[in-house]
Design a protein around this ligand. Structure first.
Ligand code: CS2
Length: 489
């Protein structure tokens, strides 16, 4: 089957939308981390914008950081890919043209540096996942003991981390005397722009304090909230895409119809007119970000940890099943009082819409995809509201179940001993320790808690809660039903 490309994209059936704008212009955006989420969200927004202002398109050069997968998927297609947005009842197909090309950063670090430094570049966007920010979740500072960070502290000649690549480009920009630029994080972290800035400045300070000063004054790091569920592609989904397009598309993405992007209006360089395509500019993104992390993402992590432990596969099955059907409501009852009061926010409508989004059967969103990197996700989604409730002496039964289930799945198997395939930076070392550990619940629980500083910190502050957590961890091993406790207080 022929691959989708520049020459044949015009032969794709008319039921697939498209847009016409010049693509061979100097890209204004460099994007690090060209996974499914970038294609479902930011690249799609820029495609919508380019259709409206074809005389001044914002094209993207992507960089894949850890493997050449994205460049292999998109370069033979000259950046073209198809975007399939599915609600429970409707679907729309579109060819997206906003990606110019993708660099494999490991083999072409100089090209990436040149692009970040190019005066035509106005915006550097990031979807590098939580762990890509190399910060220690317990201290919030750069994880200087991490081997990849150490390599970038020693030299930026061949950067290893995304932050290293970004800093190498900013350094070249500064030394060439070019203007500042905007760096926009699109990852699910609280204060994602502030974190990016802090990590980049720490690294820059180490290499050249004058560069750190220039970044501090000439580079903007707006915080942003991004939202669109973009599950990993499966071979069945690729087959469906081929049937729709009449061509093979290795860059295709199937996502939901819902999409949201809220960005702080603090750009350093030219600002794209994204408001024309539904983006909201705000002075402070914190309330948006906090409710999205603590309602959508927290529920996702809850479903992923408990669902995987009990052998469930997909989000839509978990939310409509008997076992976890009540989980989201119970979790939100505990979390909602931790959110700032906002009269403009209709929590009930928001949660109702979330349940509908989760129940979308077309997404086939794998729980293990969400369970991936959970040690990086739990602090902002689950542990922060949990700690706030404990401080106020409130009960935390459902949040505790999620943490206990997270501990259970660290053993790498489900309750019925089926292998659970997901990765997490904590996993290799912890899995080895657990293998050698005695089969005693308390010893295993202690081992997991000690291996995970954010949890260790919490049990040190709240020793009575440790007992509740250990009890829950133990009981999840023997239960085949799950009565999520009354969480109304
Ligand atoms: C998910 C998110 O994998 C995960 O951790 O919770 O990717 C989620 O689908 C998005 O944040 C939705 O906007």
């Amino acid at each position: 089957m022929q691959r989708l490309n520049d020459n044949n994209q015009s032969q794709v059936p008319h039921s697939v939308g498209r847009g016409c704008y010049p693509r061979d212009v100097a890209p204004k955006i460099v994007h690090l981390g060209v996974g499914a989420f970038h294609r479902a969200h930011q690249a799609w927004y820029f495609h919508q914008l380019n259709k409206l202002q074809a005389d001044a398109p914002w094209m993207i050069v992507g960089a894949s950081l850890r493997s050449p997968t994205a460049s292999d998927q998109l370069n033979p297609q000259q950046g073209w890919y198809s975007h399939h947005a599915q609600s429970a009842t409707d679907v729309s197909h579109e060819l997206v043209g906003s990606i110019h090309s993708v660099i494999d950063a490991r083999s072409e670090p100089r090209r990436l540096r040149d692009l970040i430094a190019a005066p035509s570049t106005q915006l550097v966007t990031l979807t590098i996942t939580e762990k890509g920010y190399c910060y220690d979740p317990a201290t919030g500072e750069l994880a200087k003991s991490d081997a990849a960070v150490q390599a970038d502290l020693a030299s930026l000649e061949h950067p290893v981390t995304a932050l290293g690549h970004l800093l190498a480009g900013l350094m070249q920009r500064y030394r060439a005397g070019h203007k500042g630029v905007t760096v926009l994080s699109c990852d699910n972290l609280s204060h994602n722009g502030n974190i990016t800035k802090r990590m980049v400045l720490t690294l820059a300070q180490h290499h050249d304090p004058a560069l750190a000063h220039w970044i501090d004054t000439h580079v903007a790091f707006p915080n942003a909230m991004v939202d669109r569920i973009a599950p990993a592609m499966s071979s069945a989904k690729f087959d469906e895409v081929t049937a729709i397009l009449g061509f093979r598309d290795d860059g295709a993405v199937v996502t939901e119809a819902f999409s949201q992007w809220v960005i702080e209006d603090t750009f350093a360089a030219e600002r794209p007119a994204l408001e024309k395509v539904g983006v909201t500019w705000v002075a402070d993104v914190a309330p948006w970000e906090q409710r999205k992390l603590r309602l959508l993402n927290a529920a996702h992590s809850g479903l992923a940890c408990l669902g995987s432990w009990f052998g469930l596969e997909h989000v839509h099955e978990a939310v409509s099943g008997e076992l976890l059907g009540g989980l989201c409501d119970a979790l939100w009852r505990e979390i909602l009082p931790t959110l700032p009061i906002d009269n403009d926010f209709d929590a009930e409508a928001y949660c109702r819409a979330l349940k509908q989004r989760f129940a979308n059967p077309h997404l086939q969103h794998a729980l293990l995809q969400i369970a991936t990197d959970s040690s990086q996700k739990l602090p902002q989604r689950i542990l922060a509201p949990l700690s706030e409730r404990l401080e106020r002496g409130e009960q935390v039964s459902t949040l505790t179940h999620v943490v206990a289930a997270w501990m259970c799945i660290q053993g790498g198997v489900s309750q019925s001993d089926q292998p659970l395939r997901f990765t997490d930076p904590l996993q290799p070392a912890l899995a080895r320790q657990l293998e050698a550990a005695p089969h005693c619940y308390q010893a295993r629980a202690s081992l997991i808690i000690e291996a995970y500083p954010p949890l260790q910190g919490l049990v040190t502050r709240f020793p009575a809660w440790r007992n509740e957590l250990e009890y829950c961890y133990r009981s999840l091993h023997s239960r085949s039903d799950l009565s999520i406790g009354d969480s109304s207080s």
